[in-house]
Design a protein around this ligand. Structure first.
Ligand SMILES: Cc1ncc(COP(=O)(O)O)c(C=O)c1O
Length: 409
């Protein structure tokens, strides 16, 4: 039997969110309570009205929907975006199998093989895999925790634009950093998109989770409308990762032509997920306000604990539900594995995603981790206890080395 993997499959990176799961499973078998901060899977319940709508819905079959999505759901999303941005029409909205499919569809249908896409690292690690699937090349501009992940000036960014660059792929609010970029910052990047005739793809799956001020949409900037593509999803917004419903929103009908073909090729987005999404969009309770406040409290708790741990360098995330943190270790991947394999504190440990996977540049992120605040405040306190104690006992902690070094002097 020929059981060889294709060269393309070999190129796909390991998922940093799931790579260490076998170690977590082994820890659980030993009776350790693993607090999962490794993946952005919200623990907060989905809107009750939408869950009830699914329970009460009667259907005697589960059909394909229209390839571009159930018409009334496309209308619902168009109304949703039009609340905060200039008018979006149902025809501008395509329903996808989560935003993951949307990202791949956009890269595949709008770019030529080997075209370059500008990203800002650290970026959502799965972009690397989607780029490989679509045979496009990511080019990264590096951002740094020391200056709050600010964008460099346009002259610096321009150095990473080549004749093969065709698109900017941006995330706002950012996963993994939680940084929220302003209208002015988007506009400044937009100037480069116009100057070099680039598509401006913005992944806005965390847009509702912006704590201090609303997060702008790329659709808000009139001069970018013909090149703007929004990638969105209900996964995070309504704690509905398993519904597998996302959207591509684009007000330039020409750009949607190729995406239309891909949608027909894959036949349909999930039928039940779309019913759920429609009911969630119709929810008129204060669900979203409550969820936002819950994430903000968690953000405050985690930030406050982390900044008091010796050797930890962190930043106050403005949105999404992640913290991206520098630890006093040389190899965060090893530290994350050690937490699962060799450590527990009061019978608990923590699973996190290692930082290097969020960078394109080799060597970057080696001492960084991403943690998702997808656990109750009580469990997050326990997780922070674990990290604090673990760093005191980790044999390769650079803090221990520094202390020894200082004492020997
Ligand atoms: C920035 C970003 N984009 C896209 C996705 C994919 O989500 P989904 O396919 O569930 O919509 C995620 C998931 O974590 C994400 O963080």
């Amino acid at each position: 039997m020929c059981a060889q993997l294709s060269s393309r499959a070999h190129l796909l990176p390991e998922s940093p969110f799931r790579q260490l799961l076998p170690y977590a499973e082994a820890a659980k078998k030993k009776g350790v309570d693993v607090i999962h901060l490794n993946i952005g899977q919200p623990d907060i319940p989905a809107p009750a009205t939408a869950l009830e709508a699914i329970h009460e819905a009667y259907f005697d079959k589960l059909p394909y929907s229209h390839a571009l999505g159930i018409e009334s759901l496309r209308e619902g999303f168009a109304g949703y975006y039009s609340q905060t941005s200039p008018e979006v029409k149902p025809a501008d909205v395509v329903i996808t199998n989560g935003s993951s499919e949307g990202l791949y569809f956009v890269l595949f249908s709008l770019l030529e093989p080997k075209d370059e896409v500008l990203v800002f690292e650290p970026y959502y690690a799965n972009y690397s895999g989607f780029a490989i699937m679509a045979d496009v090349t990511l080019k990264a501009v590096s951002l740094h925790v020391e200056n709050n992940f600010d964008l460099p000036d346009n002259d610096t960014i321009e150095k990473s634009i080549t004749p093969r660059t065709r698109a900017i792929l941006f995330t706002n609010p950012c996963n993994p950093t939680g940084r929220v970029y302003s209208y002015q910052e988007l506009k400044r990047l937009g100037e480069l998109a116009i100057k070099y005739d680039l598509l401006f793809i913005v992944d806005e799956v965390y847009r509702v989770f912006s704590f201090a001020k609303p997060c702008p949409s790329i659709l808000d900037i009139p001069e970018l409308r013909d090149r703007a593509i929004v990638i969105d999803s209900i996964s995070k917004r309504y704690s509905a990762c398993g519904a597998r419903v996302g959207t591509i929103v684009c007000c330039n009908p020409q750009l949607l032509t190729g995406i239309d073909r891909l949608c027909k090729l894959r036949l349909s987005a999930p039928f039940v997920g779309q019913l759920f999404a429609q009911a969630a969009l119709d929810d008129s309770t204060d669900y979203m306000e409550k969820v936002k406040k819950a994430y903000q409290r968690r953000r405050d708790l985690v930030y406050d604990r982390l900044r008091h741990i010796p050797g930890v360098e962190t930043y106050l995330p403005e949105g999404a539900f992640y913290g991206f943190v520098k630890l006093p270790v040389e190899n965060a991947f090893h530290f994350c594995q050690w937490l699962l394999e060799s450590f527990s504190h009061h019978g608990q440990t923590v699973m996190m995603a290692h930082g290097a996977a969020f960078y394109l540049t080799p060597g970057m992120g080696r001492n960084e981790v991403r943690l998702a605040y997808v656990a109750s405040e009580e469990r997050l306190q326990q997780a922070m206890d674990c990290i604090e104690v673990a760093l005191q006992h980790y044999p390769h902690s650079t803090l221990v080395k520094e202390l020894v070094h200082n004492t020997n002097q």
